[in-house]
Write a protein that binds this ligand. Structure first.
Ligand SMILES: [Zn+2]
Length: 249
């Protein structure tokens, strides 16, 4: 790292638990991020700031007025623009030393399989049940860690899966079926601060996965209730009959 990088990342490097090579691991890492809505707007400025070297963004949506209360990377002038390109611009302004690649499209199976070859972690920031299952299948088959999060109304959760580890469950072990779209924020509403709490937790778990910092959260779900500020950690177990990662697939 050069002098400027040492200064930029000094507040992490000052932490006893944060080793010098952790920063180099972050600088060399590539993260595939699916979805550029609320979670991504909370998670990615932290990861860009922390120096994750290459962020690959994918989203097909345009910015709407109702996004602005949560999606702080966007301004009124951005309404009607593609989320993925506005977020790319916002993140680049935060850290010009990292690389950002933006794809304005839906994350279908072909896209995921192609992109995952170059990525060290997948960050699931979608609110689409079908895409979540596709992301999980890609993570399992490519043995790529997956940091998944969701927020609805006053409830949020973060889950970490690592298919490189035999004991790690996958998303389909917990949610084996594609559930209907009626759980999205569009129909049910969402508490804005909770999106940022969960997105920040997703960033923390991504940094931990990429560096090995702290205790592993693999196979753990942390449920957070925004009305009473309670958290409920739960250890998940691998389902031997899972259609994606199970023995009988
Ligand atoms: Zn599974």
């Amino acid at each position: 790292m050069n002098e400027s990088q040492l200064l930029r990342y000094s507040r992490h490097l000052l932490l006893n638990e944060f080793e010098y090579d952790f920063q180099e691991k972050l600088n060399q890492a590539t993260a595939l991020v699916i979805g550029c809505g609320g979670l991504a707007n909370a998670c990615l400025p932290i990861l860009a700031g922390a120096g994750v070297g290459h962020l690959v963004l994918c989203d097909d949506d345009l910015i709407e007025l109702s996004n602005l209360p949560r999606q702080l990377g966007f301004s009124e002038a951005d309404i009607g623009q593609a989320k993925v390109f506005s977020l790319e611009k916002y993140l680049t302004a935060r850290n010009t030393t990292i690389q950002i690649t933006a794809f304005k499209q839906q994350a279908d199976a072909d896209f995921l399989v192609k992109q995952i070859q170059h990525c060290d972690v997948i960050i699931d920031c979608t609110d689409n049940a079908k895409t979540r299952q596709l992301i999980n299948q890609t993570a399992v088959h490519s043995k790529t860690p997956l940091v998944s999060a969701s927020v609805i109304q006053f409830s949020g959760q973060v889950m970490v899966f690592d298919p490189r580890l035999d004991h790690s469950p996958c998303y389909a072990c917990i949610y084996p079926n594609v559930i209907s779209e009626d759980t999205s924020c569009t129909q049910n509403g969402v508490f804005s601060p909770l999106v940022h709490l969960i997105g920040a937790a997703q960033a923390a778990e991504t940094i931990k996965v990429l560096t090995g910092l702290g205790d592993s959260s693999v196979g753990k779900v942390t449920q957070f209730e925004g009305l009473n500020f309670e958290t409920y950690p739960l250890q998940l177990t691998k389902n031997p009959a899972c259609p994606v990662c199970g023995n009988q697939r």
